[in-house]
Design a protein around this ligand. Structure first.
Ligand SMILES: NC(=O)c1ccc[n+]([C@@H]2O[C@H](COP(=O)([O-])OP(=O)(O)OC[C@H]3O[C@@H](n4cnc5c(N)ncnc54)[C@H](O)[C@@H]3O)[C@@H](O)[C@H]2O)c1
Length: 451
């Protein structure tokens, strides 16, 4: 039997100095009329009214173990951390269509009409502000509810005015912005994105590599508002905005909410790798019929999404470390726009694996999911955790929030962590660290005799 060691695990301690979450928290949503935003807003209002439960939300339902297993101390995360209360969320946002939140949620067709009619009065009060948009970046949409400005800097200043006006008129204490707008065309980071000056000059000169989502991110960071990007387009994931975020002491995170098929991948792939099971191929295809599907029907927007979805396996399987298992697999991702399905996406995965002596086997997954039902609790958690990060004095890229993203933003010299279990451990250890508790390494060193 193992004896108890006198040795202690090395722990990292931080004193607890998080500012309390007083007052209301404003949630700013570019893409406010979309399926994800309206499912999130209507969902929060339904929860406030006692009409539903926040299923899928770690901040609302998750627990966190403190101390040793024998201590049996696992409070709810929301009791352990000073988090904003769901009751204190207030919404605003922008969209290229003028529909109020009730009309937009009805068109999105995710939530039942009867639930929406119970919330009608509240949802009708939330109307989008005019958007910063150009069809050059989202080819399959054409809205008229837009801002006008000679330069991209003019447009950024109008967004900054919107943010300040909303804060003043609503009386909220703090703000968080989450990009729930459409996926923009594929853009690679280049010289104009490299420094704050080159980026600001680029906005003044209408540089084509500055997309609307970058202008929103710039406006948020300039106002000291934490920013998350739920789509795969670069947005804040460029050196200029990373530098600005550090300078303004603003936490940022992204990219691309991890829902549906990619969530399944990051649950399954670490398990296969943990048992040294090899991979010959992973074919993923989807049908979906919502507005997101329509946008992704354009090859330029699809390319952005494809890059995000493909990158996951490469990092998870680490072929450089396991050449016998993962150096030669074929990975394909297809997204097919199929209107009859609306938001009720269907995803198929065919996975060709091999085991002992290279004998082949197959796994088939058929996931009938609801995209926005999976995305809404992610928006809620990001709002609440980014607000916490801000009050705790964290700024720049928040890698501990990788848990929520398909393409986690990461420091320049690091690779992104995709394993959902490692991501969760990192997230919870960050919370323990912020509250000055011992980190949990799962080593259980106390049970082993190292003498
Ligand atoms: N639903 C999911 O599970 C999921 C998962 C990962 C990522 N995403 C991404 O989240 C985003 C939202 O998804 P969705 O299903 O709600 O899509 P959606 O098409 O229903 O909503 C997007 C909204 O953004 C608006 N919009 C586009 N460009 C804008 C701009 N420049 N300013 C303001 N509004 C703008 C559109 O008019 C639309 O109302 C998409 O980029 C999608 O790829 C969604």
């Amino acid at each position: 039997m193992a004896t108890t060691s006198k040795k202690k695990t090395k722990t990292l301690k931080k004193s607890n100095n998080i500012a309390p979450p007083k007052g209301k928290l404003g949630v700013l949503l570019p893409g406010m009329g979309g399926a994800v935003s309206t499912t999130f807003i209507a969902g929060v209002e339904a929860i406030k009214a006692g009409l539903g439960k926040p299923i899928g939300s770690l901040t609302q339902l998750g627990t966190i173990r403190i101390g040793k297993r024998t201590e049996k101390n696992s409070p709810l995360i929301k009791d352990f951390m000073p988090l904003a209360n769901i009751e204190d969320l207030v919404f605003a946002g922008w969209d290229i269509f003028p529909d109020n939140c009730y009309e937009a949620a009805t068109k999105a067709g995710v939530l039942d009409k009867s639930l929406l009619s119970d919330l009608k009065e509240t949802l009708e009060e939330t109307t989008p502000m005019t958007a910063v948009f150009s069809r050059k970046y989202v080819k399959n949409l054409d809205g008229k509810h837009l801002k006008k400005g000679k330069t991209k800097m003019d447009l950024a200043e109008q967004l900054i005015d919107d943010i300040k006006t909303f804060k003043k008129e609503s009386g909220v204490d703090r703000l968080v912005m989450v990009w729930c707008g459409s996926t923009e065309v594929f853009i690679q980071a280049s010289k104009v994105h490299s420094t704050i000056k080159s980026f600001e000059d680029g906005m003044k000169n209408n540089h084509p590599a500055i997309a609307p989502s970058m202008i929103y991110a710039y406006a948020a960071i300039k106002c000291g508002v934490p920013y998350a990007n739920g789509a795969p387009n670069l947005s804040a994931d460029i050196p200029a905005l990373d530098k600005l975020a550090k300078q303004k002491k603003v936490p940022i995170s992204g990219k691309d909410f991890k829902t549906g098929q990619t969530l399944m991948k990051t649950i399954l792939a670490p398990g296969l790798k943990s048992r040294m099971i090899g991979l010959n191929g992973w074919f993923s295809t989807n049908i979906l019929g919502n507005r997101d599907g329509e946008v992704l029907d354009d090859p330029y927007s699809f390319k952005t999404k494809e890059e995000s979805k493909l990158s996951v396996l490469e990092h998870l399987f680490q072929p450089d470390l396991y050449p016998d298992l993962y150096s030669n697999y074929y990975h394909k991702v297809r997204i097919n726009y199929y209107p009859p399905r609306g938001d009720a996406k269907e995803a198929w995965d065919n996975i060709d694996i091999f085991g002992w002596l290279n004998y082949p086997m197959q796994i088939k997954i058929n996931f009938l999911c609801r995209d926005s039902i999976l995305a809404a609790p992610i928006v809620l958690d990001l709002v609440i955790f980014l607000d916490l990060a801000s009050r705790a004095g964290l700024h720049g890229i928040q890698e501990w929030l990788s848990f929520y993203f398909k393409s986690p933003m990461h420091a320049e010299n690091l690779y992104p962590e995709h394993d959902v279990f490692i991501q969760l451990m990192k997230l919870k250890n960050t919370l323990r660290y912020l509250q000055g508790e011992e980190l949990i390494t799962h080593l259980g060193l106390d049970y082993y005799d190292f003498a």
